[in-house]
Design a protein around this ligand. Structure first.
Ligand SMILES: Cc1cc2nc3c(=O)[nH]c(=O)nc-3n(C[C@H](O)[C@H](O)[C@H](O)COP(=O)(O)OP(=O)(O)OC[C@H]3O[C@@H](n4cnc5c(N)ncnc54)[C@H](O)[C@@H]3O)c2cc1C
Length: 387
């Protein structure tokens, strides 16, 4: 490269971290990467469940972004206030950054106020703060109905509500409170994981075994905290004592204001093969884009790999890399200290397909390794055994 190309990456989550790691490995200090995130620490989505059910302490799942020490990469902790995709210019609380290549990996935001009553009458477990606060709420739940309720059609990690129900079951059994409680899952799909019938069957069988009710094809539109009822999209009501919600997801406002997205629910349009936006040299990676894959870390990571390969090819003048396949594996907590796995492929064939691996102790260990390898690659933590 004749001059150091400037790559600015907005968001140091799954997508941003993977992308900068690959580019740093490829170019070392021959590239100038600025990685911007408002938060000083990274938390895996699945760690939110570990903390809320008391399986891990909050401090043990926060990974400081100050640990990002990579050749060619400068981490800036700051809020992105605005960006101009045509000029590839980014304005933050800590200055303005100009880019040759701009990668938007700002994830999905939540709109808690879109569900009336949620803030005052319920809880949500999707933000770090919400999930961590539940650690002190769940021990006080003694009796009555618990609802795990999805409030919007698009939401991260589709297995998470089902995992939460199965973990809540174990948690209440351990506390001797299961007999006095009921658990229901309200979801906008006909089955828990539509692309994988085998995974759905296994989850529904686990629900039936444990007396967990699955309310299909429904959303929770609002809570009435005075009457302690959830109002569903089909007009029916469900009483609750404990409400654990998946909040409405939206495109971050700064992305809408940039013109990359049309509105709060218009996930950024991209070229399905390269993940480049309508603006040359501007890519959208992970939950923020509308490529059609589920909103999950493994998909953000896969997208980051494709964009990194594309950037490497562009800067080195090589051939374009393989197109994005939209495939990924998700580990699914099944309770009883077991983890299953679903592998889904969204873009290779005419319709999404998925395969399922039965819950096992081996997959528990595989999930631990999955986390440990990312922490090693992204933050330089010790390599997991066997690497
Ligand atoms: C309960 C739960 C369980 C989950 N379990 C799994 C799982 O088992 N497997 C899996 O693959 N996925 C899982 N997920 C989903 C996964 O966490 C997300 O899909 C993934 O993090 C998306 O990656 P991303 O890079 O697109 O966005 P994120 O990882 O969300 O990163 C976006 C980053 O942008 C930053 N940001 C946003 N706005 C600004 C701004 N204006 N200025 C500066 N910084 C900003 C944020 O601080 C954030 O760090 C789970 C999610 C939840 C909530």
């Amino acid at each position: 490269m004749p001059t150091r190309s400037r790559v600015v990456v907005l968001g140091a989550g799954f997508g941003g971290l993977e992308l900068t790691t690959i580019l740093s490995d490829a170019f070392g200090d021959a590239i100038d990467i600025v990685l911007i995130d408002k938060s000083d620490s990274f938390v895996f989505g699945f760690s939110k469940l570990d903390v809320m059910f008391g399986r891990k302490l909050p401090a043990s799942v926060r990974h400081s972004r100050r640990g990002i020490v990579k050749l060619g990469v400068r981490f800036v902790q700051s809020i992105v206030r605005s960006f101009d995709p045509a000029a590839r210019r980014v304005v933050t609380d800590d200055g303005t950054f100009e880019a040759d290549i701009l990668v938007v990996a700002l994830g999905a935001d939540y709109d808690l106020d879109a569900t009336p009553g949620l803030r005052t009458g319920g809880h949500e477990f999707y933000t770090v703060a919400g999930a961590f606060a539940l650690r002190d709420v769940l021990p006080k739940f003694e009796r009555g109905p618990a609802i795990i309720g999805v409030t919007g059609k698009t939401f991260k990690c589709p297995p998470a509500p089902s995992e939460t129900a199965l973990l809540l079951h174990d948690y209440l059994v351990a506390r001797g409170r299961r007999e006095a409680t009921e658990i229901s899952v309200v979801m906008p799909f006909g089955v828990p994981i539509p692309p994988s019938p085998d995974t759905s069957r296994a989850i529904l069988a686990a629900f039936a075994e444990r007396g967990i009710k699955f309310v299909k094809d429904s959303l929770v539109r609002a809570l009435d905290p005075d009457r302690k009822v959830a109002l569903l999209s089909d007009g029916t009501e469900m009483p609750y004592e404990l409400f654990l919600g998946v909040p409405v997801h939206r495109v971050p406002a700064v992305v809408v204001e940039s013109g990359l997205a049309t509105d709060a629910f218009g996930w950024v349009p991209v070229n399905k093969k390269t993940l480049e936006t309508n603006f040359p040299g501007v890519f959208a990676v992970g939950d923020v884009n509308g490529v059609g894959t589920p909103k999950a870390g493994v998909f953000a990571e896969g997208a980051a790999r494709v964009v990194a390969a594309e950037i490497i090819a562009q800067l080195r003048g090589g051939p374009s890399p393989e197109a994005y396949k939209g495939a990924g594996s998700c580990y699914v907590e099944f309770g009883h200290d077991l983890v299953g796995r679903v592998d889904v492929d969204f873009l290779s064939g005419p319709k999404p397909t998925g395969t399922f691996q039965e819950p096992s102790v081996t997959l528990v260990e595989e999930k631990v390794q999955f986390g440990a390898t990312r922490l090693h690659r992204w933050f330089g933590l010790p390599a997991p055994a066997g690497e």
